[in-house]
Write a protein that binds this ligand. Structure first.
Ligand code: DOR
Length: 432
């Protein structure tokens, strides 16, 4: 059995440094100055040890757009970003709306072996919003799909949404909604507000998100189904979720926020650089502050990247023709540290909660987001909390280079990532 020794780590950033011995796939021993033989020793110098991150919202683009990302390149980005599991969105080409495609993505994830890849199944056939996909067949496939989403599109028909919540309830599934009332966002290019008006960009109004979130909370409550709200972007949505979760009959509703909505605002639109185009759009300072607060107080459960790589020709063009989306996997931790830890809104236990424990619970992963403790699976990330690093979009592992954080200095460097006891990334390099 392989033995990996982590020297001088601080679990959850607490207490004096200890050593952690990983034997095979589990944490075997934790203690000061362990005197043991090991196949490999990682000198951590007091780095923070957390459960490996889980991303409920990743676009891996395979099959269909392997020029933007593949399971292999996206898995590399995930491992380098501290992730041990990702949920791969269904808006591929062909769409992951059947057992064949989800099994293909799942198999590719296993072959690459850097991160557990859990395919998300589409809610409706072809993401068209008209007819439920074969959710039960995807559930029963080798990929054991649990999370379903038409992400990129909203399941806007309330009856289809109701049926999806009812049907997935029968096998403990989750419907992850991209909340966007399409009648309110026809032609939308940017957050509807002063900046979009001044720059002549058609607006994406906040109520287009909020109306769907309110409706879907009501439907989840009525059906007893499980709803997860993708990429919450407005303070109004946070208010609705806070109100809904305070009710006794709230049922199963969870929500995620992206790193970019925790940091960037629509002031970024000034240059018309499409790297800042994303759906839902970057919003206002007030929204950013409300989202940070909502994440800190648990109204929003977790951080999810909405990692959305695009090929150069889909981004290096005029704003209206560019595809929405931003890279996220390798910069998520840095942004969470900058916006949430440095501001005092979250401690490292809080980071573990929003980046690992809650997403693992929502996604139904029993072996992820576990405590850093003896006997637990060694799905772990080691973080240097102090050293700042400069983001270089072109050097990130993704094939797409569309990082709006290019050139930014971020704290929170990933020193190492471990999947079932095996190093998948160490000192900025992927380990195969
Ligand atoms: O910006 C986005 N990009 N938002 C989405 O909902 C979809 C995603 C994509 O697939 O590129």
């Amino acid at each position: 059995m392989s033995r990996l020794l982590l020297k001088d780590v601080r679990p959850y950033g607490e207490g004096e440094p200890v050593d952690v011995l990983v034997e095979g796939e589990v944490i075997a021993e934790i203690g000061a100055n362990l005197e043991v033989d090991a196949d490999e020793i990682v000198q951590a110098g007091g780095a923070v040890l957390l459960p490996g991150f889980v991303d409920l919202h990743t676009h891996l683009r395979e099959p269909g757009r392997e020029d933007a990302e593949t399971v292999e390149t996206g898995s590399s980005a995930a491992a380098l970003g501290g992730y041990t599991a990702v949920f791969a969105m269904a808006n591929t080409d062909p769409v992951a709306d059947n057992a064949v495609i989800v099994e293909h993505v799942w198999r590719r994830g296993r072959e690459v072996g850097l991160v557990d890849v859990h395919p998300v199944g589409a809610v409706t056939v072809g993401l068209k919003g008209e007819k439920l996909a074969e959710l039960g067949t995807m559930r029963r496939s080798a990929a054991e799909v649990r999370v379903f989403s038409d992400d990129g599109h909203c399941v806007h028909d309330p009856l289809i949404m109701r049926r999806a919540l009812e049907y997935t309830k029968s096998f403990g599934g989750v419907v992850a909604q991209h909340a966007e009332e399409p009648r309110l966002t026809v032609g939308a290019q940017a957050h509807e507000g002063a900046n979009a008006a001044r720059l002549g960009l058609a607006g994406w109004p906040a109520p287009a998100e909020e109306a769907i979130v309110a409706r879907d909370c009501l439907l989840a409550g009525h059906t007893g189904g499980t709803l997860h709200v993708c990429h919450v972007s407005t303070s109004g949505t946070a208010d609705i979720l806070r109100w809904w979760k305070s009710r006794e009959t709230a049922g199963q509703v969870s929500a995620e926020v992206t790193p970019h909505h925790l940091l960037l605002t629509d002031d970024r639109l000034e240059t018309y650089d499409p790297v800042n185009k994303v759906n839902p759009p970057l919003r206002t300072d007030a929204d950013v502050l409300a989202l940070r607060q909502a994440l800190a107080d648990g109204t929003v459960d977790c951080v999810a990247t909405d990692h959305a790589p695009h090929a150069a020709q889909d981004k290096d063009c005029e704003w209206s023709a560019a595809k929405p989306g931003m890279l996220g996997l390798q910069t998520a931790l840095g942004i969470v540290v900058q916006t949430m830890v440095r501001s005092g809104l979250l401690d490292w236990r809080g980071v573990a909660r929003v980046m690992s424990e809650r997403p693992a619970e929502i996604g139904g992963l029993a072996d992820q987001g576990r405590p850093v403790a003896v006997g637990e699976p060694a799905n772990l990330v080691l973080v240097d909390p102090e050293t700042e690093w400069t983001v270089r979009g072109a050097e990130l592992a993704s094939l797409g280079e569309n990082s709006p954080f290019d050139g930014m200095q971020l704290p929170g460097r990933v020193v190492a990532t471990m999947l079932r006891g095996r190093l998948t990334a160490h000192e900025g390099k992927v380990r195969r």
